[in-house]
Ligand binder design. Structure first.
Ligand code: GDP
Ligand code: IMO
Ligand code: MG
Length: 423
């Protein structure tokens, strides 16, 4: 059985959590493949609104297994809080959550390094979520990291101390004050909680599951434009958020990948620093932010808003090999008389239809096509045939431009506000 992948095609926050939750009933296993607590995946159902950071979005399903893969970085403190949040909601976690021994641990000193680095960058800061993501992946690729499996080793504490000493040397180079001791107490308490969760060799586990005919959905975090290789570098995260990241982050061979579900908003948002060609600085941008409640699920920061960017979306579709698209938040645009779609850029005086190497400020100017909007409340619609013609025309236009079918149109945050389109 092939493994399907679900990932974001923009700068994150496309609605991955919602859709993974909706699709979980079709799968036996949901497996997160990269990122860490920089992610905030929101699920809404039965009047509950819940945000997950590290735990896969299949956790509310009564029987699905949830795997945190080797490509993920885990902060035990945030993970413990997530577990407590789920326990409060009486979610049964017994045997339903498994963690790869090869996943890397975020240490308190990784968070300090993240904060010190951002402070030193000043106005050029990445706008990191300050969860220690960059420094943890740096230690992974630098071959210094601590992994979940190390917790089981007798010299875990010594390994920890050695790595922290290295971090302290680096921190000494910054003009940065910190109190590590107070953070360490919580961290070691949280390690004890993490130890109660089953650790697995997730690559073997998933290979066997696949051979047994189990259906696996790989859940991505962030979005393709935040990918370390293909995103808008350096304003990106530190992992591969694209389909290839599911191969390396779970141990799934490329020829075992089945469908790739690419999620995008009917408009575009970005949180943190970095160029954003279609960003709106006017009342329309503010109105989209308000209507879409565009505030970060992890940091609470306001998300910057703009029009959908087709050259960037086509780029993401190609890099990921997207087979099916899912369009989110169409309901948010209902209040606008018209909407715009960026079809090309004017770049150094030339019209181009691809995302160039450098998208800095005045070098690039979006070229828009304007569409009449669907001035109707969509949030109670349940089928494509009920949708206003302006919206179905818009869906058809995008399918043609993007050469990929749109199989879900999402019309609200709740699980039930999900319209299937020949899916
Ligand atoms: P993720 O990181 O990709 O899982 O997305 P987030 O949870 O960070 O952000 C998506 C936000 O939009 C959340 O608050 C969701 O509840 C909400 N949302 C998801 N789909 C829709 C939709 O179709 N319409 C509206 N209005 N909100 C949605
Ligand atoms: P989900 O999974 C949106 C952004 C940060 C910052 C940059 C680097 O919820 O879609 P990092 O903390 O990784 O060093 O931050 O990436 N970022 C996200 N933006 N959604 C996310 O995750 C994000 N995770 C990181 O705002 O610009
Ligand atoms: Mg999010």
């Amino acid at each position: 059985m092939a493994v399907d992948v679900l990932l974001g095609l923009q700068w994150g926050d496309e609605g991955k959590g919602k859709i993974v939750d909706v699709l979980t009933s079709n799968y036996d296993i949901i497996a997160r493949f990269q990122g860490g607590p920089n992610a905030g995946h929101t699920l809404e159902f039965d009047g509950i609104k819940h945000v997950l950071h590290t735990i896969p979005s299949g956790i509310f399903h009564p029987t699905a297994l949830n795997v945190i893969g080797n490509g993920v970085v885990i902060d035990p403190v945030i993970f413990k809080k997530e577990l407590e949040g789920l326990e409060k909601l009486k979610v049964n976690l017994d045997g339903k959550l498994l963690v790869s021994r090869k996943a890397h641990l975020i240490l308190p000193s990784h968070k300090l390094l993240d904060a010190a680095s951002e402070q030193a960058k000043g106005k050029d800061k990445i706008g990191s979520t300050l969860k220690g993501i960059g420094p943890t992946y740096m230690d992974k690729t630098g071959r210094n990291g601590l992994r979940v499996g190390d917790i089981e080793l007798p010299d875990f504490k010594e390994r920890y101390t050695k790595l922290v000493a290295k971090h302290q040397q680096i921190l000494n180079h910054y003009d940065f004050e910190y109190d590590l001791e107070s953070m360490e107490k919580d961290w070691f308490e949280a390690i004890e909680r993490l130890k109660q969760i089953e650790f697995i060799d997730s690559e073997h586990y998933l290979v066997n599951a696949r051979k047994e005919g189990k259906k696996v959905l790989a859940e991505g975090a962030q979005g393709s434009l935040l990918d370390i290789d293909f995103g808008t570098y350096p304003f990106v995260t530190s992992s591969n958020t694209v389909t290839a990241g599911a191969c390396t982050g779970l141990g799934i061979a490329p020829n075992r990948i089945g469908d790739v579900f690419g999620i995008f908003k009917a408009y575009l948002t970005r949180v943190g620093s970095g160029h954003f060609p279609t960003e709106l600085f006017d009342d329309t941008g503010a109105a989209i932010q308000k209507a879409g409640n565009e505030f970060g699920a992890t940091t609470g920061r306001a998300r910057r808003c703009g029009w959908i960017d087709l050259p960037a979306l086509k780029y993401a579709i190609n890099i990921n090999g997207v087979t099916k698209l899912m369009m989110m938040k169409a309901d948010v645009l209902s209040e606008f008389p018209t909407i715009k779609v960026c079809t090309h850029y004017k770049y150094n005086g030339e019209v181009i239809d691809y995302l160039p190497y450098n998208i800095e400020g005045d070098k690039i100017e979006p070229i828009y096509k304007e569409f009449p909007c669907w001035k109707e409340d969509l949030t109670t619609k349940t089928s494509m045939s009920e949708l206003p013609k302006e919206l179905t025309d818009y869906v058809e236009y995008l399918e043609k431009e993007l050469e990929t079918p749109i199989v879900i149109v999402s019309v609200g945050p709740d699980r039930t506000q999900t319209i299937l389109n020949n899916f």
